[in-house]
Design a protein around this ligand. Structure first.
Ligand SMILES: Nc1ncnc2c1ncn2[C@@H]1O[C@H](COP(=O)(O)OP(=O)(O)OP(=O)(O)O)[C@@H](O)[C@H]1O
Ligand SMILES: [Mg+2]
Length: 245
């Protein structure tokens, strides 16, 4: 049964944030030289949010995304994901957490010799789903992203935009708590980028998928509900529906 949008939003409002960062810091060591990539980030992401993270090259966007995706651990500060404090988690607990996150990258990262359906199905087989069910679910997901007639194509037989749709279907396969996208339109032309953004927007509005998307493109960022600007490792503005928070 579909819960009406208004009621869903009310339920969501009472739930704890999916992501909460308090004075989050990440310092990389380049030999003996410390590189302060994040210098105290405070951020709360609620279920159902659609965030665009904007900022110049080297400002710390991917670093922040990698921490939120439990791909890396913070140097200092607190990061709660689904109310788990990532600093206290062991490696196997971190990989459990990672399984609940959907990742989409600039360069699609699809397996070249696999068809679209098998690329999507792979993450389901890792999650232990049987073959018939996997196929059914992969087909549904590819339909959701508008690739009904391209299921048997391999990545090289698909356009950049279509490959990114496969990557989005794959990211959604295990019903992630949120989608993390690092420059998802960075490698496709502007018209196709717009189509991808419309797809992402639809996933957020119609299916309630929580999305954090890094982009360089101010026009695309405006399609998000919330724009977070990051500069030199700190958040310099956070705007929701056109209003500063
Ligand atoms: N593994 C690493 N070792 C050392 N320094 C790193 C490492 N990864 C990133 N950095 C540095 O941390 C800073 C932030 O990098 P990050 O990749 O987060 O930037 P970004 O905002 O994603 O940039 P871009 O828009 O170019 O992708 C940069 O100064 C970068 O050089
Ligand atoms: Mg980056």
């Amino acid at each position: 049964m579909e819960i009406p949008k208004q009621i869903r939003n009310k339920i969501v409002a009472f739930m704890a944030p999916i992501v909460e960062a308090v004075n989050l810091k990440k310092t990389y060591m380049l030999g003996k030289i410390p590189v302060e990539a994040l210098r105290g980030v405070n951020l709360k992401v609620e279920s159902g949010d659609f965030l665009a993270v904007l900022g110049p090259s080297g400002s710390g966007k991917s670093t922040l995304l990698n921490l939120i995706g439990a791909l890396d651990k913070p140097t200092a500060g607190t990061l709660l994901i689904d109310s788990f404090d990532v600093s206290t988690l062991k490696d196997n607990q971190l990989s459990d957490l990672r399984r609940r996150v959907g990742f989409v990258f600039q360069f699609f990262n699809l397996i070249p010799r696999f068809t679209a359906i098998d690329n999507v199905g792979l993450s389901l087989s890792i999650a232990g789903m049987g073959k018939a069910e996997r196929k059914k679910r992969a087909k549904e997901l590819l339909e959701t992203v508008g690739l009904k007639d391209r299921m048997k194509h391999k990545p090289a037989e698909l356009s950049g935009g279509q490959q990114q749709r496969v990557a989005i279907a794959r990211a959604l396969a295990n019903n992630p708590r949120f989608l993390l996208m690092d420059e998802p339109t960075g490698n496709i032309d502007s018209k196709t980028a717009r189509e991808i953004i419309n797809l992402v927007k639809g996933l957020n509005e119609e299916k309630g998928v929580t999305i954090i998307m890094v982009t360089h493109d101010q026009h695309l960022a405006r399609e998000a509900k919330r724009i977070v600007q990051i500069f030199d490792g700190v958040i310099t503005s956070d705007i929701v529906n056109g209003e500063p928070t």
